[in-house]
Design a protein around this ligand. Structure first.
Ligand SMILES: NC(=O)C1=CN([C@@H]2O[C@H](COP(=O)(O)OP(=O)(O)OC[C@H]3O[C@@H](n4cnc5c(N)ncnc54)[C@H](O)[C@@H]3O)[C@@H](O)[C@H]2O)[C@@H](O)CC1
Ligand SMILES: [K+]
Length: 512
């Protein structure tokens, strides 16, 4: 799905109203109904709910949610924070629709004094509907005081659409002074760009997109470089194996990996590759790695390098559909020359990771000669070595986009929401994965999966998207069964067949 700006969301909102022949107040009612259902499903009826409402349409959502929750016999208290003189038209309608019981207990915050006297009880669910996408400046005054009250109260907070106080279209790299720290954000229809940056994890630890039925055509019409990959997007990219096929159909991969003491990186990448569809795999490595592989992974073919400690030379590349270079290779000058020769000679699909990226960082002129659509998979530190430091995560994202465009490569910048930057300037944020992956070997596994998909015949953009998604998805499956603390990357590889199977089950081409 796309990620749109606040201005674009307003346009889509208006087009939805026009094309679905509904009034704005009916759209607000739809939003409120969906949010109220989600809140009811999350919390039992004995938990008191306090709804903080602003004066704009976000506040209008809150007022309608309060009414719907009280119709479900929930204990509801409404607090209106009068940060402007008048309600928006739809918020006014929903204010007037409040049942008498809610009007009787309504609290209005008009002054700092009112805000200071607020008391939020323990074990309450706070619904934050003060400011949404309409925020136009940093929050001050009574809103700021109320926000600090909410943040210091021992309660659970659900923000409607946006944590009040957060600007959604970019990130300054610092938390705003006054911003609600939500436990959960119910983001209307689409995620917001700011939710994907690490500096905002305290205010948006979790978000869920709630489908409010905005006009699909209007969403398509809005241009955006930013996308968020979800399960159905990736499942649709999967291609079944052909009944009339043989191992040659699915290509031959070459993995250039391993050096003295890092055989494991090669073994991990090799196994992940073979579990991701490649017909054949040859691993070119040191004798120690080749010995480990023949014991651990008999399905892989091997070539032993002349040198005992690192890889130096690989003869004929013509029979390979895809090459993976990097896991555990080290940075010996002969290994550097091997990468140079691969870049110069190889016409197929190429993925470069780990020390391969560090070698590129030391030889930046080689970047100009990367085969088109080469996939690079840096973590933030490796990216910094390649492209220099960035002040904020937003700056880093823009740098990564420019890098992918300049070198016509696909840059997978690994992070919580890994950014997959395409040569055309677009970025897909990955939605899977967990902190159990923050361990050595994780990147080798990703490289192996993507190498397998490239070899199998997926075009590089699809291999990058699918590989990144399934890597995180498999770790999420593992995290359902075991603690994130204990997950080993070999556990993830072992679950790859189940992960592929689950994704295939939602693709119609696998069901016949
Ligand atoms: N786009 C959509 O799909 C839909 C959006 N709806 C809701 O509408 C919201 C957007 O509504 P609005 O555009 O009315 O905007 P908001 O409700 O976010 O707030 C706008 C009001 O706050 C004031 N304001 C802005 N920044 C302020 C600040 N820092 N301090 C004090 N006051 C400030 C503005 O002057 C204006 O009066 C969304 O977040 C969502 O909750 C839904 O009701 C309907 C569907
Ligand atoms: K809000």
């Amino acid at each position: 799905m796309k990620i749109l700006s606040a201005t674009q969301l307003k346009i889509v909102d208006a087009l939805t109203i026009e094309r679905q022949h509904i009034s704005s107040i009916d759209l607000m009612e739809r939003v409120a109904k969906i949010c109220a259902e989600r809140i009811c499903s999350q919390y039992t009826a004995d938990l008191p709910v306090v709804v903080f409402c602003g004066m704009g349409n976000n506040g209008g959502d809150g007022l309608a949610i309060a009414r719907l929750l009280s119709e479900q016999n929930r204990m509801v208290q409404v607090i209106v924070v009068r940060h402007t003189e008048h309600f928006s038209a739809d918020a006014q309608v929903n204010f007037d629709r409040l049942p008498k019981s809610l009007q009787a207990t309504l609290i209005t915050v008009r002054s700092e004094n009112d805000a200071g006297q607020l008391h939020i009880k323990e074990n309450t669910c706070v619904i934050d509907a003060m400011l949404g996408t309409g925020i136009n400046k940093p929050v001050t005054g009574i809103l700021e005081t109320v926000i600090h009250k909410i943040n210091s109260a021992p309660c659970t907070v659900i923000s409607i659409d946006v944590p009040s106080g957060l600007m959604i279209d970019h990130s300054s790299g610092e938390l705003p002074d006054a911003c609600v720290q939500a436990d959960l954000v119910l983001s209307l229809q689409l995620p917001k760009l700011a939710y994907l940056f690490p500096e905002n994890k305290r205010i948006v630890p979790h978000f869920e997109c709630v489908d409010i039925g905005l006009d699909q055509q209007a969403l398509l019409e809005q241009p955006s470089p930013y996308y968020f990959a979800e399960r159905q997007d990736i499942a649709a990219l999967l291609v079944p194996r052909n009944k009339f096929s043989h191992k040659g159909t699915y290509g031959h991969a070459l993995l250039l990996a391993g050096s003295s003491g890092t055989s494991g990186a090669a073994v991990i990448a090799a196994e992940a590759c073979l579990r991701s569809g490649a017909g054949l795999l040859t691993v070119h490595s040191t004798k120690q790695t080749v010995d480990a592989l023949s014991y651990r992974l008999p399905e892989a073919m091997t070539q032993t390098d002349e040198h005992d400690s690192f890889i130096t030379f690989c003869d004929d590349l013509s029979s390979y559909r895809a090459i993976g270079f990097g896991p555990g290779v080290g940075r010996a000058s002969e290994t550097q020359q091997l990468l140079k020769s691969v870049i110069q000679r190889f016409q197929g699909r190429l993925i470069i990771d780990a020390d391969g990226l560090n070698i590129l960082a030391e030889n930046k002129t080689w970047l100009e000669f990367l085969p088109k659509d080469t996939i690079l998979t840096p973590h933030p530190k490796e990216f910094e070595r390649l492209a220099g430091p960035s002040d904020t995560h937003f700056d880093r994202l823009q740098k990564a986009r420019a890098f992918a465009t300049r070198y016509a490569c696909i840059l997978i910048l690994k992070d919580t929401y890994t950014h997959i930057c395409m040569p055309d300037g677009s970025v897909v944020f990955n939605s899977t994965g967990n902190a159990g992956l923050a361990k050595g070997g994780s990147g080798d596994c990703l490289t192996g999966i993507i190498l397998g998909l490239l070899t199998r015949g997926y075009p590089p953009p699809q291999a990058a998207l699918t590989g990144t998604f399934i890597h995180g998805y498999t770790a999420d499956l593992c995290a359902e069964m075991m603690s994130q603390e204990s997950i080993l990357i070999t556990d993830v590889i072992r679950q790859l067949p189940c992960a592929f199977k689950q994704l295939e089950s939602t693709n119609k081409f696998f069901r016949s």
